[in-house]
Write a protein that binds this ligand. Structure first.
Ligand code: AKG
Length: 250
């Protein structure tokens, strides 16, 4: 149930069920959301337009690629591999299903402290060193201030258009520890972040993640809830999502 004394209204609906509540924190300028077995922080205009525009430019800076947004979705994997990105080493990963290799429906890049490595969608990925990456270090500082934890790595997802997506999953890999805090930043077109309970798929809600928004997931969320971003024929244009994480090393 939404707190009646809010001075700001949550721009999406939570299930009307026991254990769901939200409250706007005026000091932090953020919605604090409780769900059964989890907590969320949601800040709509967390980053300003100047930072957003500069960040998108930073993500795409390259010598030889398209300038316009729509063109990116049309490049083949080989054409993308030939792009010389200056700041982010975007890559096309593949998953194997029933003996066939399929491209992941998005581009990814994994950055962090030297030595951090992480497995997602069955793909073992060693982090690109982020020590001298000024853009990522700036964004890390921003999300750490909101989440009040330190992150040592980030997974970047580039959804080039409406057909790019990420399927239902939880970030429950053992290298993230028991109850991980995961901080997400969003740039570009708005996409719905869907959340459903693992033991009851009908208990679900969606959060529109617009450009400049931040979302922090914590508590036992990754053991009890899954999330995804569905494809949509109504969407065109790029969205970049960064999920900052603490990978336990050793
Ligand atoms: O794009 C998003 O908002 C979600 C990304 C995600 O779920 C992940 O990287 O594990």
């Amino acid at each position: 149930m939404t707190d009646l004394f809010n001075n700001s209204t949550l721009p999406f609906s939570l299930p009307q069920a026991k254990g769901f509540s939200s409250h706007f924190d005026d000091d932090l300028n953020v919605f604090k959301i409780s769900i059964p077995d989890g907590q969320l922080l949601y800040a709509v205009d967390f980053l300003n337009k100047k930072i957003i525009d500069r960040t998108v430019e930073f993500f795409l800076e390259n010598n030889n690629g398209p300038r316009g947004d729509a063109e990116w979705a049309e490049l083949s994997a080989d054409q993308l591999a030939a792009q010389d990105f200056h700041n982010i080493r975007w890559k096309q990963d593949y998953i194997s299903m029933y003996g066939k290799r399929h491209p992941l429906p998005r581009l990814t890049a994994w950055y962090g402290e030297p030595g951090t490595s992480y497995k997602y969608s069955g793909i073992q990925s060693t982090a690109n060193d982020w020590t001298n990456n000024k853009g990522l270090q700036y964004l890390r500082g921003q999300i750490e201030a909101l989440a009040r934890v330190e992150f040592n790595s980030v997974l970047l997802n580039w959804y080039r258009g409406g057909s790019d997506k990420i399927s239902w999953h939880a970030d429950d890999e053992k290298e993230f520890g028991e109850n991980p805090v995961i901080g997400s930043l969003n740039f570009g077109v708005t996409r719905d972040f869907q959340i459903r309970r693992i033991d009851n798929h009908k208990e679900k809600f969606k959060i529109p993640l617009s450009s400049g928004s931040a979302l922090v997931m914590s508590g036992a969320m990754q053991h009890n809830w899954q999330h995804c971003v569905h494809s949509s024929t109504k969407i065109s244009g790029s969205r970049f999502n960064l999920t900052f994480r603490q990978v336990l090393q050793g």
